[in-house]
Design a protein around this ligand. Structure first.
Ligand code: ITT
Length: 195
């Protein structure tokens, strides 16, 4: 069976990606499975550049077909911040990030936001496929739900009247930015096998 490496150190992302791509005839390996410890410096100007850099560098170093995701939260009233810097935004982890965001949004009525993900699957010799996905929501002042990760507890989904931290993992992995990006990526991959 084909083995594909998931190039992320974020365990929550690994679990989501494995769940989104379940029932595929592929064995997914994680960086932990192969004892890969090197950090990739994310210095790209776009999510795509960062995702390609992660997938390419780790694929070249390991020899595996490798998939990477670069994602972030973009808040309209903040001109798209924290965006590419979502993970490093406060320098104080997830809770610090949420607190800083809510501080910045104090007295601001426009709470429109989106999660965005760019994903890349790198084969070899600069051959890769890529895709992306987004989901729109609103930032609320109170944390709700203990599912998901990152900014999920303050990302409110009008359609479900719940935050991304409250919906089930099955639903998140149907509708999220990451789910959309990986489902499209897989379609492109399978289409490429038909040729
Ligand atoms: P890798 O680079 O090792 O994949 P990372 O967590 O650093 O892991 P990113 O650089 O792509 O990944 O940063 C993404 C950040 O954006 C993530 O840490 C969260 O703060 C936020 N984020 C992305 N997707 C999210 C989601 O589904 N739910 C909540 N927050 C999310």
């Amino acid at each position: 069976m084909e083995k594909i490496l998931i190039a992320t150190h974020n365990i929550n992302k690994v679990e989501e990606i494995k769940d989104i791509l379940k029932n595929k005839d592929i064995t997914f390996l994680t960086l932990d499975d192969i004892g890969y410890k090197n950090e990739v410096i994310e210095d790209g100007k776009t999510y795509f550049e960062n995702a390609l850099k992660k997938a390419k560098e780790i694929s070249i170093n390991t020899g595996y077909i490798t998939i990477a995701d670069d994602s972030g939260l973009e808040v309209e009233a903040l001109g798209g911040r924290p965006g590419l810097y979502s993970q490093r935004y406060s320098g104080k982890g997830n809770l610090g990030n949420i607190k800083l965001l809510l501080k910045e949004l104090k007295n601001i009525d426009n709470r429109n936001a989106r999660f965005y993900a760019s994903v890349v699957m790198y084969f070899k010799n600069d051959k890769y496929i890529s895709s992306d996905g987004e989901i729109k929501g609103k930032i609320i002042d109170e944390m709700k739900g203990d599912k998901g990760f990152g900014y999920d507890p303050i990302f409110y989904l009008e359609e479900y009247n719940m935050t991304m931290g409250q919906i089930s993992k099955e639903l998140k992995n149907e509708i999220s930015h990451r789910a959309k990006a990986f489902k499209k990526l897989w379609q492109i991959y399978e289409d490429s096998l038909d040729i």
